[in-house]
Design a protein around this ligand. Structure first.
Ligand code: BGC
Length: 732
């Protein structure tokens, strides 16, 4: 980096303004923009809270909706479209995807994240990154890491144990870094076990660059840097937004007075220069944006994202010949995206009631409720519902009720909406509820509706997509990526959310989402992975091939047959388990899934799903590494975490765990180490100890097995004998 002065190197590491980096020497300025589900390029006033306007761009379904498609091919295409729009607006890096785990349904920003499960999050996030970057536009994998609540997000400390950190919260990040190589990673605002993410050397250097081999740029979340010098030393490359020259000067001074290693500044300047080179190559890919095409893609994506939660008596699809009362202000003013920094200015907006009208039938509309507290007479809505052949009631949360920067206090629908539904159900049994929300809702009395479509947030073309599903032009295939609990009190982090005096205790450990509900056998409203179709599917012929299971994993094969009377696509889920594990593990964990093609009635498709051996591993805190336990694993194939249809088992050759032997090792651990066991046995010459069980009986042996080696001194063993056993272990 000799071509740059100290001042220039420091200048490369911080923004020029809200959305751009500095042009330094031969390194041009770069533009970074939100994201994730549309390009939010601000040309006038800038802010990161979504208050000021931005250039029109296609508003695709936010992650909460798009994730429900479980479709990596579709998400890759959405990514490509986002890349083309970013390119068209001269954006070099699109700030997304958000891959934090939905730990608690109250997190205000869950709409921007894919799931409660790290496996599906990782697969979908990787598809998104690959899609955007295939156009020559960078991404920013965020928010790294453990940012699972919004309340007090710039100070709060996530107190988390190593297993949940690795097995739940970092797994998706690791997968995406390894398979899709995002140009940038955005470190989060919060602290992790006491240290700010931006200053966390373990996170940014040891893990991200060291263990995972990441070679891109670590950018701070906007305003996340409390101390730039400490952050650069920990591995931060780029502070955003532009802090002025203040922190550049701090970096220069710190190098000069020896408190910051110049190599750290060189590394970050080099990373930013390389990012600029990548971006320059990307800019060569000029692309013309076809917004009509992107709107159609947004509609396709939205229709794949809708989950049919319930369909009693095959109420859906509706016949276009019949009359429909459309009720609810969201039918007219749709709730289609989240608030805060991701707020996109859509190129157009499908109005659900218009789209339903366009799909045929006689449609009446009544507002039914308001989202701003102004009174609405519900008489019209109830009368319209009673007079029509069916009612479609749009319910949900208003934008102001959930957003970046704060969490929800509950998971309730507004009471007036619930009352309206109850009144409508009393006069119209053929009532379909369409839900719009960014975070999970308690269904309570909504569950009384005979049919429920869960749209979550569907983006600008959601209105058309809802019409497509209501009338059967699209057979729904979306699946929940988050469990719907019966009560908030049943949720895993209920007592530890959001924080107490800025501390968030991740007390539920690895038992997040369905892992929790299944382990505790808690009744739920709708399980993870659930979603109905207008047809039915049957699974058969499950086989598990394990050619080389010790190395790469196993392949599950099965046949999916459309046994109903309509064409449709299915999503097959594979869960694995290790029931006799030596550590606490959930009854099942998602380790594979696949979407079928659209299957005609009677048609079958053979599906094979590879299960990566790494996804069977747990994080072993004794040796600080991933361990695949040897032995039998359960393999379950299902249509949700609670609808397991086929099961089998597979034998896996595990990893060997050699524990270091010292005075604190138990006799059980000593006996598991052949050389140390031999040395221990030789200390009992008069009574050769081949096995504790033989010598002592099983119960005594179990008691003895838990005694630390060093404590034998208190029972008469000589110190030199203890030392000899420890030394013998080292030779093994
Ligand atoms: C958000 C980021 C966003 C950034 C820039 C922050 O407040 O947490 O997700 O990319 O602002 O708008």
């Amino acid at each position: 980096m000799s071509e740059f002065s100290s001042t220039e190197k420091a200048a490369l590491g911080s923004g020029a303004d809200f959305w751009t980096t500095k042009s330094v020497g031969s390194v041009p300025a770069l533009t970074l923009t939100d994201g994730p589900h549309g390009v939010r390029k601000q040309t006038g006033a800038t802010d990161h809270l979504g208050l000021a306007g931005s250039e029109p761009a296609t508003c695709f379904p936010p992650a909460v909706g798009l994730g429900q498609s479980w479709d990596t091919e579709l998400i890759r295409r959405v990514g490509e479209a986002l890349g083309r729009e970013a390119r068209g607006l001269d954006v070099d890096v699109l700030l997304g995807p958000g891959v934090n785990i939905k730990r608690d349904p109250r997190c205000g920003r869950n709409f921007e994240y894919f799931s409660e499960d790290p496996f599906v999050t990782g697969r979908l996030g990787a598809a998104w990154v690959s899609g955007v970057q295939s156009i020559g536009v960078g991404t920013s994998l965020k928010h790294f890491a453990l940012n699972n609540a919004e309340d007090d997000r710039m100070r709060s400390n996530s107190d988390v144990d190593p297993r949940p950190i690795r097995e739940i919260y970092l797994r998706a990040f690791a997968h995406i870094i390894r398979t899709a190589n995002p140009w940038t990673v955005m470190c989060s605002y919060n602290r992790i076990n006491g240290t700010y993410a931006a200053e966390n050397r373990w996170l940014l250097t040891d893990l991200l660059r060291g263990e995972w081999g990441y070679d891109g740029v670590v950018v701070s979340d906007w305003g996340a840097v409390a101390d730039r010098v400490r952050a650069v030393a920990a591995g931060l490359d780029l502070e955003m937004p532009g802090p002025g020259d203040r922190t550049d000067a701090q970096v220069v001074d710190a190098v000069r007075n020896g408190t910051l290693d110049e190599a750290a500044v060189d590394r970050s300047a080099r990373a930013v220069r390389e990012l600029a080179e990548r971006a320059a190559a990307g800019r060569a890919n000029r692309s013309v944006v076809d917004f009509d095409l992107h709107h159609r893609l947004a509609r396709e994506a939205a229709s794949r994202s809708i989950v049919l939660l319930k369909n009693n008596g095959d109420l859906l699809p509706l016949s276009p010949e019949r009359s429909v009362a459309v009720v609810g202000s969201f039918a007219h003013d749709p709730r289609y995206q989240g608030g805060g920094s991701s707020h996109v200015n859509p190129t157009r907006l499908d109005v659900p009631v218009d789209e339903i009208r366009a799909a045929g039938g006689t449609v009446t509309y009544a507002q039914g409720f308001s989202t701003d507290g102004s009174p609405v007479d519900t008489a019209d809505a109830i009368a319209a519902a009673a007079d029509a052949d069916a009612a479609v009631l749009f319910l949900g949360l208003a934008a102001a009720q959930e957003s970046e920067g704060f969490d929800r206090d509950d998971i309730e629908l507004p009471a007036d909406q619930v009352e309206l539904l109850t009144a409508i159900l009393a006069v119209q049994p053929r009532t379909v509820v369409v839900l719009a929300h960014g975070g999970v809702l308690r269904l309570g009395s909504i569950a009384a509706a005979p049919a429920i479509l869960d749209g979550a947030l569907l983006g600008q073309a959601g209105g058309g997509a809802i019409a497509d599903v209501l009338f059967g032009a699209v057979n729904p295939s979306g699946r929940l990526t988050e469990t719907v609990p019966v009560r908030l009190q049943d949720t895993p982090a209920y007592l530890n959310f959001p924080n107490e005096n800025s501390h968030i205790r991740y007390g539920e450990g690895i038992f997040v989402g369905y892992r929790w509900y299944d382990a505790r056998d808690i009744e739920i409203a709708y399980p993870f992975g659930h979603g109905l179709s207008y047809t039915t599917f049957e699974y058969s012929d499950l086989s598990v091939a394990s050619d080389d299971p010790g190395v790469t994993g196993v392949v599950a094969g099965l046949t999916v047959t459309n046994t109903g009377s309509r064409a449709g696509r299915d999503i097959v889920q594979v869960y694995t388990s290790k029931p006799d594990s030596r550590v606490g593990r959930p009854p099942r964990e998602l380790t594979g899934f696949a979407t079928t093609r659209g299957l005609e009635p009677g048609e079958s498709q053979i599906i094979s799903i590879a299960i990566d051996r790494n996804d069977l591993a747990y994080w072993d805190t004794r040796v600080d590494r991933w361990i695949v336990e040897p032995g039998e694993y359960g393999v379950e194939v299902g249509a949700s975490s609670r609808d397991i249809r086929l099961t089998t088992t597979v034998e896996i050759a595990g990893d060997e765990v050699r524990l270091a032997i010292d005075e604190n090792s138990t006799l059980g651990e000593v006996l598991a180490n052949p050389a140390a066991a031999q040395a221990l046995a030789s200390r009992f010459e008069d009574n050769p100890l081949t096995s504790f069980d033989d010598a002592l009986g099983v119960d005594m042996a179990r008691m003895m097995a838990s005694i630390p080696l060093g404590r034998l001194a208190g029972f008469g063993m000589r110190d030199e004998d203890i030392a000899a056993i420890i030394a013998a272990a080292r030779t093994d």
